[in-house]
Design a protein around this ligand. Structure first.
Ligand code: PDD
Length: 290
């Protein structure tokens, strides 16, 4: 049994209960973070806390003077410490803030309702070694991005992502890469997307069509610090992506995952690439320093 956090208390996850009138349940009215940790150390804790604060501001969830905004990093670290014996060395922490439980179902933001804060811990895969022979590349499909125009908010309203991801499972592949009406790549259903072409690394620029991924940021900054590879943030057409030398997906639980096949077509030689090795090594060097 794992230990969770609910509204200021650490408790067994089975004992964490919320009202069915919670707006997170009724409307998906909330935001969330997933913070990874390896051997007890959080990765990108501060960046996750900043994105959480930005998300809360953007959707107008306020912690006022009576209820202070919790210390997100402290909650995450405590959940890692309390669950290590059960979950092992590599742990993800999910933190969820909804607008809270009202006494009725009414779309407008209620006043005087306390936000609900829920967090729990779960096991994540160990980090890959930066060795192309030790990993299996992912296969993905592609679909037109059918989600809303506020994908920069890490909203708990994830039905669009859930459906896109399900289609990858239905087709027996690992993920779905998404493109907009103009045929430009946005992100994947639970990851950001990178491409390597002629030794240069590219990723779509941030706008309201994709999540400002923390791993994405840390990959860009790690490569910049090492100075051997630079990442250009520019639009990527789906056809260009399919003819790339390498494609990677990034997320808090996958770190940098190489893609070897898109829509049944091999990427590059259909093998995990050498630039990926370089990028993952750089990421491992710097990931605890953000
Ligand atoms: N997903 N884009 C989407 C749509 C995502 O859901 C995620 C993360 C990312 C990568 O963001 P980050 O590097 O900050 O994890 C990009 C999380 C892990 C999830 O929903 O479980």
């Amino acid at each position: 049994m794992t230990i969770a956090y609910l509204n200021g208390q650490f408790l067994p996850i089975e004992d964490a209960k919320i009202s069915p009138l919670d707006r997170g349940f009724l409307f998906g009215d909330g935001i969330y973070e997933v913070i990874p940790s390896y051997a007890g150390r959080l990765v990108g804790g501060q960046l996750h806390a900043i994105r959480m604060a930005n998300g809360l501001r953007e959707i107008g969830i306020e912690f006022n003077n009576n209820i202070h905004a919790p210390d997100w990093q402290m909650i995450a670290q405590q959940l890692v410490d309390k669950n290590q014996a059960v979950l092992g060395e590599h742990i993800g922490v999910y933190i969820h803030v909804s607008r809270g439980a009202d006494s009725k179902r009414f779309h407008a933001y209620p006043t005087g309702v306390t936000p609900t804060v829920f967090a729990f811990a779960f096991g994540i895969p160990a980090s890959n070694k930066a060795d192309r022979r030790s990993v299996t590349g992912l296969k993905v499909n592609t679909e037109q991005d059918l989600r809303w125009r506020r994908c920069h908010i890490k909203s708990t309203s994830l039905l669009g992502n859930v459906m896109h991801f399900q289609h990858s499972q239905d087709q027996g592949v690992n993920e779905t890469i998404l493109y907009n009406e103009q045929g430009l790549v946005t992100e994947a259903s639970v990851c950001n997307v990178f491409m390597v072409k002629e030794g240069k690394v590219y990723t779509p620029p941030l706008d309201n069509q994709l999540l400002p991924g923390i791993t994405r940021r840390m990959v860009i900054d790690s490569l910049h610090k090492d100075g051997t590879l630079t990442v250009s943030e520019r639009q990527i057409g789906l056809d260009e992506l399919k003819s790339a030398d390498e494609v990677w997906l990034t997320s808090s639980s996958k770190e940098i995952a190489p893609v070897v096949e898109i829509d049944g077509k091999a990427i590059g030689q259909g093998e995990v690439g050498r630039v990926w090795e370089q990028a993952l090594a750089s990421y491992h060097t710097h990931k605890f320093s953000f």
